[in-house]
Ligand binder design. Structure first.
Ligand code: SF4
Ligand code: SF4
Length: 339
């Protein structure tokens, strides 16, 4: 049988609910591209009782939802074990996205059966690439804890945020992932949010040119799939025959922050554009010119928020036409593992 390394676009599924809950914004690290923005997202650690009430707001006993626990660093939350167990009992499939430090004896206090995925963030195949971005010593701690998690039987995934500073080292990741025993690989594109939106000099550029992205990322994804890893990466550029869809209109994604803001579009997270919020443990719709009013706009560039908030990512022909239509930032492509 020949290997099928064709990337499949993962269309938004009507009714699928993804709940991205930031338990806190505090973190032990200080990554150069951190997207957390405390003036916009709050500085509090949500008390256990509040977390459970908020989870109830988004739970649907009749249909499984996906819960992704985030921070800051979510394992800094003292009750993360109990949050995972209660979320499972509410019918959620639960993933924890960690920077790899795994506080509060995480691997002893949570069992592999209780957690669907433990995800680690790493932005380079070795310390010389990763640590200038994420902090000195981070590569060693993250990979050591990842190895331990795999040994204990946790299902693991790894998130690599591609930027101009590490794209040329991405091709070395499949071998590392294979060695670590990681099951899923999420390649992400740097979002121009938080700290990465504030750097301006040429040497500090984060953004990847479209041609560079297309030259590197699909090939590395195929390589990882050949090594037996399930790979997901963002679509970013739509082909002329592909249709555009805004997840804000056709999917149920909720990005929840400790100050009660609830966004449906992650590109809006640096601004008070959320059209939902949690007040006194109730989900409330805000009336006014917020993110949801933009989702239906049909423009030649594709994603309207990308055009409004990150216009530098767009390129135009001499006639003024966009060279590429930009997909929703949540549209993914996947390649299934080949062995
Ligand atoms: S680990 Fe995440 S939350 Fe912490 S500094 Fe890095 S990007 Fe920010
Ligand atoms: S990224 Fe663009 S297409 Fe996706 S939800 Fe936001 S506005 Fe819609």
């Amino acid at each position: 049988m020949t290997a099928d390394l064709t990337a499949r676009t993962v269309d938004f599924k009507a009714g699928e609910r993804n709940v991205f809950l930031h338990l806190l914004t505090a973190c032990n690290l200080s990554c150069q591209h951190c997207y957390i923005n405390p003036p916009q997202h709050g500085t509090e650690t949500l008390p256990l009782a509040t977390v459970l009430q908020w989870l109830e707001l988004f739970a649907r006993p009749e249909q499984q939802g996906n819960l992704i626990l985030l921070g800051g660093e979510p394992t800094l939350h003292p009750d993360v074990g109990q949050i995972i167990r209660t979320a499972k009992s509410m019918g959620y499939s639960v993933t924890v996205d960690s920077n790899g430090y795994l506080f509060h004896d995480f691997l002893e206090r949570v069992s592999p059966a209780e957690l669907d995925y433990l995800s680690f963030s790493l932005d380079g195949p070795d310390a010389t690439v990763n640590d200038p971005l994420r902090g000195e010593g981070v590569f060693a701690v993250c990979t050591e804890n990842l190895r331990q998690a795999v040994q204990l039987g946790f299902r693991t995934s790894l998130i690599y945020t591609v930027s101009a500073r590490n794209i040329d080292q991405l091709h070395r990741m499949p071998a590392l992932l294979n060695d670590l025993g990681v099951q899923r690989f999420f390649i992400q594109v740097i979002g121009l949010r938080g700290k990465s939106a504030r750097t301006v000099s040429v040497e500090e550029q984060w953004q990847v040119e479209p041609a560079h992205w297309l030259q590197v990322v699909p090939q590395v994804a195929q390589e990882a799939a050949r090594a037996g890893i399930h790979v997901t990466y963002p679509k970013v550029f739509l082909e002329p025959d592909e249709s555009f869809a805004c997840a804000g209109q056709v999917a149920e994604n909720y990005f929840i922050f400790p100050n009660g803001r609830v966004y449906q579009c992650p590109l809006c997270e640096d601004y008070p554009l959320h059209h939902l919020c949690i007040e006194e443990n109730q989900l409330v719709k805000r009336n006014g010119l917020f993110e949801d009013r933009f989702f239906a706009l049909d423009i030649a560039e594709g994603c309207v928020m990308n055009k409004l908030l990150q216009p530098d990512t767009l390129e135009y022909t001499a006639e003024g036409k966009p060279k590429h239509r930009i997909s929703c930032c949540m549209l993914k492509q996947e390649i299934l593992p080949q062995i």
